[in-house]
Design a protein around this ligand. Structure first.
Ligand code: C2O
Length: 610
């Protein structure tokens, strides 16, 4: 029997930074974990993050100012012409909330189904007011969707029914809320927020990903609470990072429930387990192997992505090109789950398989609630302190949402930093993935295999591309078109690093100018020093550095390709493989979905500290 959380009637008091094992639900996964030491949220070294409350003089801001100026010089003419930045050397450039009056219909395309136009602009009812953090008497706890009781389900169901029953033009109506996602993610606000002509506003593929979705769900939850007269109502999260949560939660699969959506992949109903590494095709894996794969992937994404850029995504300021780069969780498993739930039979893989329609599936909100929960967990992981960006361009980026009273509210990233300021937190459940550190495929072989590659005469810095094992040296390999397995030798600028350097900076593999059409589903995997192409490499292998993914979406310029970047951490991986003293690493790129549809402008190693 699963224990439950009733968010309103049972206040649960948890000290903010510790896990209480007594609160853990009695589920089978826990019996597995009983022998192991429960994970302790209290970090041994108590290091605090740099003030993130708007200190204008912090180190990050000033370094950004410098970068910013370079960018502005490059764009000189354009900037002179806008009134957003009258001084071409102005520095502050947070992404501004969109102008609803300039909202346009979204274009949705696919090669096979053609083009449709979708009206997803919100009604403009009044002027926006600035958000004020709510006052509340107790924290509400979002429960794991597979652990809720009847009482909770009744309440949640009623709230969703009421939301679906609101007048169509009420901004709190279910479809209006789904359209919030469509508008921010499918080009409806292009031209209206960044102050530059032909600029796209996109809340994915950058550091806006976590805060945007947190705030979006916050208002959604407040609306549901208001509709049932319970301001303490907390929405559930889909606990797909734990074995018991790795199926679509039961409460979402009853066709008579308002939580149901018929546009889902029919093959992925319970008891079929979600594949967090999903690439569009079913893989023949036993249940246990799938659990192992999922948990190892979670370990890699959560534990190894320590810096703000790695976890959140790249900086995106007003005037920047959109989609600079996704963070770890957004790349995977976020996209994989969207793809896995979306209905392959639908023209645009609705609902979850395309940004324009994802919000029409009630499961979307449980999925993103878990993503949001992982942000909290990431900041509390032990070891080196994981910190959000102190950069004011991030903190002052803003969005517009309608709140529970149908008031239009302007809310900033800085309002989204702590869920407890917003009045909610998450039910504490076990984090089994913390025990699934990847291991080398052939223990102790790291050096040997690398030596082997030198036998083939690959010099330092020489790029080699290979199809399977028949290595062929190709000069000017960039851009690489990923239509087959590609293998490249990448030089490491610093072979030896001091202990302090190793502690303070992360060695990263940077993919620049990854180009593709926005409307195609893409996944490619990246392996390091892995030259065995016979046995598939899995997330439980240390060699698996990460994946690039794209969930189909659009902007207003269907002909212009998405041009983005990816940064993967490799410090731990190189340590695992015992190759930290090597001059080069061998990078293998394997297209898993969207073969031949992606090109990569450059790959290099860098060192980052943020
Ligand atoms: Cu805004 Cu999961 O997408």
């Amino acid at each position: 029997m699963a224990s439950t959380v009733s968010s309103s009637s049972t206040p649960i008091t948890l000290p903010n930074s510790s896990i209480q094992t007594s609160f853990l639900p009695k589920t089978s996964q826990l019996s597995i974990s009983k022998k192991k030491k429960p994970f302790n949220f209290v970090s041994k070294k108590l290091v605090s993050c740099k003030a993130s409350n708007g200190d204008q003089n912090n180190e990050h801001s000033s370094s950004n100012r410098f970068d910013r100026r370079d960018v502005l010089v490059g764009l000189g003419g354009l900037y002179g012409a806008t009134n957003l930045v009258s001084d071409p050397f102005a520095v502050a450039a947070p992404v501004a909330a969109p102008d609803l009056d300039l909202c346009e219909r979204s274009t949705v395309t696919s090669k096979s189904a053609g083009t449709i136009n979708v009206a997803c602009c919100p009604p403009k009812l009044k002027d926006a007011i600035d958000f004020k953090p709510p006052s509340f008497s107790k924290i509400r706890y979002r429960p794991a969707a597979h652990l809720v009781d009847r009482h909770y389900l009744d309440k949640f169901t009623r709230a969703m029914e009421l939301m679906k029953g609101l007048p169509e033009d009420d901004p709190r109506n279910f479809m209006q809320q789904a359209n919030v996602h469509c508008a921010y993610c499918n080009g409806a606000y292009d031209n209206s927020a960044l102050g530059l002509p032909n600029q796209e506003l996109q809340v994915h593929f950058s550091w806006l990903f976590f805060p945007f979705h947190r705030l979006y769900l916050y208002f959604y939850e407040r609306i549901l609470g208001k509709l049932i007269g319970d301001p303490d109502f907390a929405m559930p999260f889909w606990n797909w990072d734990s074995p018991d949560g790795m199926v679509i939660p039961e409460i979402y699969v009853d066709p008579n429930s308002p939580l149901y959506d018929e546009k889902r992949n029919v093959n992925h109903q319970p008891p079929n387990m979600v594949d967090l590494d999903f690439a569009g095709e079913e893989e023949e894996l036993s249940k246990n192997d799938l659990i192992k794969s999922n948990l190892s992937l979670m370990y890699r994404q959560m534990v190894r992505n320590r810096t703000a850029t790695l976890f959140h995504g790249s900086a995106y300021r007003a005037g920047d090109k959109p989609s600079p780069g996704q963070g770890a969780i957004e790349n995977n498993p976020h996209t994989a789950i969207h793809r896995w739930v979306g209905d392959q039979r639908q023209p645009y893989k609705e609902d979850m398989g395309n940004f324009y329609s994802a919000g029409r599936d009630p499961l979307f909100y449980a999925h993103h609630s878990n993503i949001d929960r992982l942000w909290n967990i990431w900041k509390s992981l032990p070891g080196k302190k994981r910190c959000d960006f102190p950069d004011t361009d991030w903190l002052d980026s803003s969005f517009l949402f309608y709140d529970e009273n149908a008031d239009l509210v302007r809310v900033k990233v800085r309002d989204a930093l702590e869920t407890t300021t917003l009045g909610y937190d998450y039910q504490r459940v076990d984090l089994p993935w913390l025990r699934y550190k990847p291991t080398p495929r052939r223990p102790g072989q790291g050096r040997g295999r690398h030596g082997h590659s030198h036998d083939h005469g690959r010099g330092r810095g020489r790029a080699v591309a290979a199809e399977t094992n028949n290595a062929a040296i190709i000069h000017n390999i960039y851009p690489i078109v990923l239509d087959k397995l590609v293998r490249i030798e990448v030089p490491r600028p610093k072979k030896y690093r001091t202990r302090l350097e190793k502690e303070e900076e992360e060695e990263v593999l940077v993919f620049q100018n990854i180009q593709l059409n926005r409307d195609v589903a893409v996944k490619f995997d990246v392996y390091i020093n892995d030259e065995d192409d016979e046995t598939p490499t899995r997330p439980e292998d240390s060699e698996f550095a990460g994946s690039f993914t794209n969930l189909p979406h659009n902007n207003h310029h269907p002909g212009v390709k998405l041009d983005t970047n990816m940064t993967l951490p490799i410090s731990d991986l190189l340590e695992d493989l015992d190759v930290e003293g090597d001059d080069n690493i061998v990078v293998t790129l394997v297209p898993k979905e969207g073969k031949g549809l992606v090109s990569i402008g450059n790959i290099k190693i860098d060192y980052i500290r943020d």
